[in-house]
Design a protein around this ligand. Structure first.
Ligand code: DLZ
Length: 159
């Protein structure tokens, strides 16, 4: 029996895409920057990071799919901020992006991490995209790296 999880990943060879929604860009820009900083800290090379923006969170699943198909990346970080504004759009957008990203993970077999805030207020979103109380963009970046390492570890158990 093999136990424990050893990191088998050469991070300098890993390619990652970051896609951020333009809606609420004052939030998503902060999250995107934190995500990029987190993967650079991990050892991902600047030339292996692909950054792009889509209109809103609703468009994130398709934009992430295109990154997987056309960029040959090992994973994607999806960044968005859906803020309730007393409109039913909130629930539709949240449902669509959650379902879309989940389906993409399972259909592609590649990790797409969920850096999408769903908050009632702008203040709550700002709190989760700052530097003091943690940044959900950075958290999504680290979750993605963990999944890339996990796949590598699981594969190594069979060798
Ligand atoms: C329409 C809409 C609304 C009301 N709110 C948000 C939001 O808080 N965050 C976000 O990322 N996008 C929002 N959108 C835009 C949709 O995601 C989508 O871009 C449009 O419905 C066009 O397909």
């Amino acid at each position: 029996m093999k136990t424990g999880q050893i990191e088998h990943v050469d991070w300098s060879r890993i390619k990652i895409a970051v896609v951020a929604a333009k809606w609420n860009s004052f939030i998503t820009d902060e999250m995107m920057e934190a995500a990029v900083n987190a993967i650079k800290k991990k050892g991902i090379l600047h030339k292996n990071i692909f950054v792009s923006r889509c209109p809103g969170s609703f468009e994130l699943p398709l934009a992430c799919k295109w990154c997987l198909e056309h960029l040959g990346v090992d994973g994607v970080i999806a960044i968005g901020a859906v803020i309730r504004g007393g409109t039913p759009h909130f629930d539709y957008v949240c449902d669509a992006v959650t379902r879309g990203i989940t389906d993409l993970n399972l259909q592609s077999g590649k990790p797409v991490s969920f850096g999408v805030l769903t908050t009632d207020t702008v203040e709550q979103a700002i709190e989760r995209a700052g530097v003091d109380k943690g940044n959900k963009g950075a958290e999504a970046a680290l979750a993605l790296c963990e999944m890339i390492a996990l796949e590598s570890f699981i594969k190594s158990q069979n060798s």
